[in-house]
Design a protein around this ligand. Structure first.
Ligand code: R5P
Length: 260
């Protein structure tokens, strides 16, 4: 791995703890004005001091994020479908030149293993890895699940390992029972979990705690932060688990204190 690639990864996965809290706000690329992100700039602004990286599309960043912001950008560069149609039918929407213009620290796409357009989404990842390797920009692969996929450890390990074999530098997947098997399938490649649909805050914190205990380097969480009744409280609580080894109860207390 070249110096630039290592440097960019260490801007996201903090060397001090070996962990990271990514804030995902890229949902609009296939969901439109997602609950909590209608005014994306206003939602994100108070959360930035607590996030290690921001996962976002080029349209959102150009329209709603101050270019003077000091946070690594994980640029969502795949899309081309919507919730109204087959989700796996993705293309690369943003070329590497534009990612470099934006000063992206990493680029990301989804891979739909078992989906109708499985091969095309693996091709997308493959193209990003080729481009990323050329310019020293790491690629985060998201193991997206179509409507019919079972989110168990066997499936997620299969999907995650394929992403690693194609060359992803970080894998984002879903938490499940036996999550250690998913991490093990990726060997030395860092794994983060998505938050998924909004859960009660305590449950989301338990999920983050269990994922990190099972070997994830952190989270790439969206709805469970920005759809909370206290988004700042939630991201601070998640951060306490991921970076400071706090227990779920300690983190929940942080959420509650911040909320009140
Ligand atoms: C989905 O493919 C997107 O990358 C989302 O941003 C991602 O799944 C993380 O968001 P959430 O924690 O809301 O699931």
């Amino acid at each position: 791995m070249n110096w630039g690639m290592k440097n960019r990864i260490s801007r996201i996965i903090k060397p001090k703890s070996g962990h990271c809290v990514m804030l995902a706000v890229d949902h609009g690329y296939f969901q439109g004005p997602t609950t909590g992100l209608s005014n994306l700039g206003r939602t994100v602004e108070p959360l930035l001091p607590y996030a290690d990286a921001l996962m976002i599309t080029r349209g959102a960043i150009r329209n709603w994020i101050d270019p003077a912001v000091d946070i690594p950008i994980i640029l969502r560069v795949s899309g081309g479908q919507s919730v109204l149609k087959e989700l796996s039918n993705e293309i690369i929407t943003t070329c590497i030149d534009d990612a470099i213009r934006i000063n992206a620290t990493a680029i990301t796409c989804s891979v739909y293993v078992g989906g109708e357009f499985e091969k095309e989404t693996i091709q997308n990842l493959s193209k990003l890895v080729d481009d990323g390797e050329e310019y020293g920009i790491p690629v985060l692969a998201v193991t997206a699940v179509g409507k019919d996929m079972v989110r168990d450890a066997r499936y997620l390990a299969l999907a995650s390992r394929i992403c690693v074999e194609i060359g992803a530098h970080i894998v984002k997947t879903y938490y499940t029972e036996d999550f250690g098997k998913v991490v093990e399938a990726c060997r030395n490649v860092p794994v983060v979990i998505a938050g998924g649909k909004k859960l009660p805050e305590m449950d989301a914190l338990k999920m983050a705690f269990n994922a990190v205990s099972d070997g994830a380097v952190g989270v790439d969480m969206g709805r469970n932060i920005f759809q909370s009744d206290s988004p700042v409280g939630m991201i601070r609580a998640v951060r306490a688990i991921v970076h400071e080894n706090k227990t779920v109860d300690e983190a929940y207390a942080i959420y509650n204190q911040t909320k009140s």
